[in-house]
Design a protein around this ligand. Structure first.
Ligand SMILES: Nc1ncnc2c1ncn2[C@@H]1O[C@H](COP(=O)(O)OP(=O)(O)OP(=O)(O)O)[C@@H](O)[C@H]1O
Ligand SMILES: [Mg+2]
Length: 262
């Protein structure tokens, strides 16, 4: 059997907050094979971004093991990890994180310069080709603050693809896009996957995700395989239970107040 490209065991993340420890990830196990396309869904605040930050080594877990292409993401020194990450993981951040003083074209070129991939003379052309692929070549010479949210998002996707990394990790990469642009982004991810790259994407878009081979639901700090329909059913059930609990609390407060008034 082939070894998984991403191998996660007993991943735990607890944040210290003023209100006490917050257990966000509670012992996640996951294998993602090379060339897989995984969509990660889950309610807001369930820990999707936290999870991606662990996989990319941007943040450290409280406990657990993460191997990406046999690299020990948790225990590798930050300095070597940063260089390795630049070559091996293309990250689309939920809030883009484009460098504000650089043009869009420079933003897309930066990872190639930083990691010294592609010949320097070819980098400009590659960056432009990526911007064209994302349909924003006409924005190349502007700074990110001059772009709409959707244009910034597409620039961030172009940047993530710049070094042609074996793993793409994208945090709601189509949240700001119209249907056609969003479909285009998923088509690009599918093409990348067909070339043997691995894609992990957080999304709320059920229509787009319906074509994704694997869907995982992050809930109560754990991951489970799901379909959008099952995830939606579960969410509806949870909302129903929460409403019933709130109603019970309201009634018991009213009864207490009535007793106090007697
Ligand atoms: N640095 C931090 N310190 C304390 N708590 C944090 C920190 N980062 C995230 N959290 C908390 O962890 C939980 C998960 O946050 P996270 O951003 O991973 O959720 P998410 O699933 O990505 O949500 P969304 O869909 O809204 O983007 C939230 O309750 C959040 O408040
Ligand atoms: Mg998030």
């Amino acid at each position: 059997m082939t070894e998984p490209f991403v191998k996660i065991r007993n991943l735990v993340k607890t944040f210290d907050t003023p209100a006490g420890p917050l257990n966000v990830l509670c012992g996640i196990d996951l294998d993602v094979v090379k060339g897989d396309f995984v969509a990660l869904v889950g309610p807001s605040g369930s820990g999707k971004t936290t999870f991606l930050n662990m996989v990319t080594g941007i943040d450290a877990p409280t406990a657990g093991m993460i191997l990406v292409d046999d690299i020990d993401v948790v225990n590798t020194h930050q300095r070597s990890l940063t260089r390795w990450r630049g070559r091996n993981i293309g990250i689309v951040f939920q809030f883009f994180q484009l460098l504000p003083t650089m043009t869009v074209l420079q933003n897309v070129r930066v990872p190639m310069d930083f990691c010294d991939v592609y010949e320097p003379r070819d980098r400009h052309e590659r960056a432009m080709a990526l911007l064209e692929r994302l349909d924003i070549a006409d924005q190349a010479h502007k700074t990110p603050d001059m772009l709409s949210g959707g244009q910034q998002q597409r620039a961030a996707i172009a940047r993530a693809l710049a070094t042609d990394p074996p793993l793409i990790v994208a945090d709601e990469p189509t949240g700001n896009l119209d249907r056609m642009s969003a479909q285009n982004v998923f088509n690009i991810f599918s093409e990348i996957r067909e070339q043997g790259r691995t894609v992990i994407v957080v999304t709320h878009d059920r229509e787009l995700a319906s074509d994704v081979p694997h869907m995982m639901l992050l809930i109560d700090g754990l991951l489970e395989a799901t379909t959008f329909e099952a995830a939606a059913r579960r969410r509806t059930q949870e909302m129903h239970t929460a409403r019933l609990r709130a109603e019970e609390r309201r009634k018991s407060t009213q009864e207490m107040d009535a007793l106090k008034g007697q």
